[in-house]
Design a protein around this ligand. Sequence first.
Ligand code: ADP
Length: 497
Amino acid sequence: VSTASLIEEPIHPPVQVNYTQLLINGDFVDSASGKTFPTLDPRTGEVIAHVAEGDAEDINRAVIAARKAFDEGPWPKMTGYERSCILNRFADLIEKHNDEIAALESWDSGKPYQQSYRSEIPTVARLMRYYAGWADKIHGLIVPADSQHHVQVLHEPIGVAGQIIPWNFPLLMYAWKVGPALACGNTIVLKTAEQTPLSALYVSKLLLEAGLPAGVLNVISGFGPTAGAAIASHMDVDKLAFTGSTDTGKIVLELSAKSNLKPVTLELGGKSPMIIMDDADIDRAVALAHVALFFNQGQCCSAGSRTFVHERIYDEFVEKAKARALKRIVGDPFKKGVEQGPQIDEEQFSKILRYIKSGIDSGATLVTGGDRIGNKGYYIQPTIFSDVQDEMKIAQDEIFGPVQSILKDLNEVIRRANASRYGLAAGVVTKNIDTANTLMRALRAGSVWINCFDVAGAAIPFGGYKMSGHGRERGIDSLMNYLQVKAVVTPLKEPCL
Ligand code: ADP
């Protein structure tokens, strides 16, 4: 089947858009300004729905609701077990509506429906169960004093959490943020990405149905410099969790510093090395490196976007990587068997094509791809460059698209792999345990995958070194982001007679 035939007639997704307003204090409401913005279908660039556009005033309304829900309860005052039950019921409802949620997610983001249906939405439910499991197991400590005192260390919810999420994994990012914040007893004002507002509104309605009290989770659709910045600079938001680009991460950190110094966790960009040693099984290495880069249209912060290959196997690796890329099935995300849908929007699409041009101009060899597919929507050919040099732009910048850069030889690979402003992830393919151990310790990255890539799990922490951010999401580490620590000291009574 040629790729073109898979994108000619867009299939109508099996779902209706029912929620387009802002969720504030338990109700779906219009924005204060009455403004809306269109959310577009990446397959065609056509409008899916008009969505209420939240602005600073709506953020303020949402923060007031979240503050009231935090201060007056019942949420932070409920038992952990009660919160746990609500999160588990939410997981049940996500599972029940898995197909509609997956359809909304793929319609709004362009990712293959099978990927949403089989993996991402079930993972959202899984994450909610994981955090439901924590909700009644969060507690402080009794620690010894250096004097005659009784010391308790309390772990309290931090308050109103502001959360800003991106468009590449809309609901997974929602789950990484909402799960730990709720398990710890916080209330939330969350802003979705302007490209993908739909799925979060749908599932938040399910969360209310599961028993979440009004005002605990407020969801605002809107743009970064308006609604996003209003969260980051709000004086009554107690914590900010952000996922997005490194440039925007710097902006929100500054806005936090200039307002109330709210603590900020940042999950930002990456330019992750994927290192293929000469003892690797080449077919397996090609398959892993392919998925490491092309998964989710290449729109992954952890993408293995610098493929370093030992010179002894380099030519064979490039040939096989090309054959694999040519077999990649690009097409309508709702068609069976499609591995790659369109990029998210015109802006990303044009940016990726500019990077491809930059690769050609800088002298890298274009092995395959390099162009758009069709003349409608944002489809790009799976693209590979070989003979990529460390200093080229395509080896340094995050492209966030289906463009694999293959670098030759492993001389000084530790230094070269670490010579990046980013440090999110790394992959190593080898059969030699000493090589694996050496690289695993030397690579400055928050995730190192040995003979695998992108393997995630609810309990596996995720986050970056260097300019890939700070703080960790998922796992036990994610909880401390949403807890305040209080030391309580009481004198011990003099020993009785
Ligand atoms: P991308 O370039 O991948 O779209 P961004 O960092 O721009 O990544 O977007 C991630 C999230 O940050 C989105 O929800 C976006 O609306 C938000 N955002 C963008 N600019 C700002 C800003 N100036 N202040 C706060 N949030 C922002």
